[in-house]
Ligand binder design. Structure first.
Ligand code: MIC
Ligand code: SF4
Length: 643
């Protein structure tokens, strides 16, 4: 039996385990990336590990999230990251250089290499045939120190693309269609591999839009073959030598094949408040729009920006609309400036934002009350925009630009004709905003600079024989990490200050959560399906740890968040019988007796509801390694105990 591409990439990096779907495998990591919102914590953890220099082929730290800098906090964190990078052998992409995933694709990604990043959209690299996976900061720190990365061996789904996109229908519409079919839970435990004749019609930026937003499926990652189109892109980036051809075997097998005919696709939109709440633009109709935002790691390539500029050229943004545009990188912004497309955008009335995440993570540009905002981003979770009742729709750059002009949600096909945008034969190369690390000798004299906003991160204790705690919170399905640990302009500056962050934990679900936890001293969270979807932020585990959360009991977990809970030493349980979820009420006193023994034996775990005098059974499938981490009280303890 032949191998699919995902299996080939895993096999080439396999360190431990057998490649049976569902079992744990360890893979060697060639490259890592961090961004500043998760990076500060990741480098604090790296420093705590006591490793002199990173051991990967390439590690890059990007500054792209916390760029509002409304106080000293972010600038201090940036300086901290910069000093660690210089000392420890990490390249430092300075603020202004662009969004991590866009820059990494342009300048550093290499087909066939493994990449883990402390950001859930790291799978963007799958657009050039990398095995690129989002992970918690601690896992990235371990990989920088030369340690393996552990994943559950995924099943591989094939999305078989045929036909060709019609004018004004976009790569964004392809991934929205995949989300419509599979849902935000449909990719959990899976890699999504793209193939079929249709892929030959898609450029690298289009492929990267698709693999980027594959994160919203809950998938481990998404991947495209590395072919002539990849080669042309790398050549235009003056990196032709990085190219290798990577294809699945002709007789490769997949756990499921989904056919999508590109010729039949129409412009789509994800409606509030989930990326899988997808309908066609025509079905939704001509909604009056208050705001349009174009950018984010999903849709900020030169390719996207040139299409937008072509639609805006000679027009004026509708009076009821505020249009913001954030080109994804310095390369994109400079090229737009040089070829005049930027002037077309400005002339039309666009508000040009810096090359950073910006409004995607609620750093400014919140819409008006109940405002309808069309965004080319990847997430529209409730409240993420910074406006609690904002109505966020996720759309393609073409739909966004056409709607900005008309003032209502518009199917860009009504513009008629076709916009044709050619990928340049050569991009403008200038890596002057990537600072190289010091030599090993020079590094000895470099001091790591800690600002006053950096507070120690919480530690957990070795797991006791049993746990008794109150159910301090009960939530439903699809709880995102934005619910658990919100981001946005007011809170993001404190990503290295867990005590401060803790006041905002779960605020959207229960404004008294933090006080209740503190009063109870310890607690257990009860949740529904797909708990912890979205971001890779380990703060969504570290902050609950700080607040005394011992266990989270849910119907099912999102991949990265479950790994982060284990790393933090918080027990991740699922109900053996999902119906037991309904039997537990908030404030019930729950007991998990003989826990160490049951976990070690791998048997079902008893959960005693002391308030209701009932008993339920829980599951906690752990690999040997995860069991040791949980018993030790988290990955850092485990690493220290192992020394
Ligand atoms: C996001 O899109 O939610 C973020 C902000 O990029 C996060 C990382 C973070 O919380 O810092 C992600 O996707 O992992
Ligand atoms: Fe940044 Fe948004 Fe991409 Fe997250 S999804 S990395 S916040 S642009």
């Amino acid at each position: 039996m032949g191998l699919n591409l995902a299996q080939k990439l895993i096999k080439a990096h396999l360190l431990e385990g057998d490649m049976t779907p569902g079992s744990e495998v360890a893979i060697r990591i060639d490259q890592t990336l961090t961004q500043d919102a998760t990076g500060t914590m990741a480098y604090l953890e790296f420093e705590a590990m006591g490793v002199e220099r990173v051991k990967t082929e390439l590690s890059v730290a990007y500054i792209d999230h916390n760029t509002l800098q409304t106080g000293f906090e972010n600038a201090d964190d940036h300086r901290f990251i910069q000093s660690v990078c210089k000392k420890r052998g990490v390249r430092f992409s300075r603020p202004g250089n662009g969004i991590c995933h866009q820059v990494h694709l342009e300048r550093f990604g290499i087909p066939g290499k493994t990449l883990i990043g402390s950001d859930s959209h790291t799978p963007t690299g799958g657009g050039i045939g990398m095995l690129a996976i989002g992970a918690g900061g601690l896992d990235v720190a371990v990989a920088m120190g030369g340690g393996a990365y552990y994943i559950t061996m995924p099943e591989v789904i094939k999305i078989n693309l045929t036909g060709k996109l019609s004018p004004y229908v976009s790569a964004k519409d392809i991934i929205l269609e995949v989300l419509r079919i599979l849902s935000v839970k449909g990719g959990v435990g899976k890699v999504v591999e793209y193939g079929g004749e249709g892929i030959k019609t898609l450029s690298v930026p289009e492929r990267a839009t698709i693999t980027n937003m594959g994160a919203e499926l809950g998938a481990t990652t998404s991947v495209f073959p590395s072919d002539d189109i990849t080669k042309a892109f790398l050549k235009a980036q003056q990196r032709e030598n990085d190219w290798v051809e990577l294809l699945p075997d002709a007789d490769a097998e997949y756990s499921r094949v989904i056919d999508i005919n590109l010729s039949a696709l129409a412009p789509l939109a994800a409606m509030p408040h989930m990326p899988d709440n997808v309908k066609s633009v025509n079905e939704i109709g001509a909604l009056k729009v208050d705001q349009v935002l174009i950018g984010s790691c999903t849709n900020s390539s030169l390719f996207d920006m040139l299409k937008v500029a072509a639609i805006l050229k000679g027009k004026t943004v509708a009076p009821n609309v505020s249009l913001g545009i954030a080109p994804g990188s310095k390369q994109v912004l400079t090229m737009l400036a040089e070829n005049g497309a930027l002037a077309d955008m400005i002339a039309a009335g666009a508000r040009i934002l810096e090359s950073a995440c910006g409004p995607c993570i609620g750093m400014g540009q919140s819409p008006c009350s109940k405002g309808i905002s069309l965004r080319t981003f990847n997430r529209n979770f409730e409240g993420r925009s910074g406006t609690a009742d904002g109505q966020i729709f996720l759309v393609s750059p073409e739909t966004a630009a056409a709607s900005a002009i008309s003032g209502v949600l518009t199917d860009a096909r009504t513009l008629g004709g076709e916009i044709s945008v050619d990928m340049p034969e050569s991009f403008l190369i200038n890596d002057n905003m990537v600072e190289l690390p010091a030599s090993v000798d020079e590094a000895k004299n470099i001091e790591v600079i800690y600002g006053p906003n950096i507070k120690p991160f919480p530690s957990s204790d070795v797991l006791g024989e049993s746990i008794t705690a109150k159910a301090v919170l009960k939530v439903g399905d699809d709880i995102t990490t934005d619910h658990i640990m919100p981001a946005g302009a007011k809170i993001l500056p404190y990503r290295s200050n867990i005590p401060f962050l803790s006041q905002f934990c779960f605020r959207q679900c229960d404004e008294h959560f933090a006080e209740n936890c503190k009063a109870a001293g310890s607690g257990i969270i009860i949740g529904g399906a797909n708990y912890g979807q979205g971001s890779s932020r380990e703060h969504a585990a570290l902050v609950p740890l700080y607040l005394g959360i011992k266990a989270v009991i849910v119907k099912s977990f999102a991949r990265i968040h479950r790994a982060n809970l284990i790393n933090a030493g918080i027990l991740p349980f699922t109900f053996s019988d999902a119906a037991d979820y309904d039997k537990i009420s908030k404030d019930d006193i729950l007991e998990l007796p003989d826990l160490r023994a049951a976990l070690s034996a791998g048997t079902q775990i008893r959960l005693v509801n002391k308030t209701k005098n009932e008993e339920y059974s829980l599951l906690c499938p752990l690999s040997d390694r995860q069991l040791k981490i949980i018993l030790a009280g988290g990955l850092l303890n485990y690493t220290k105990l192992g020394e």
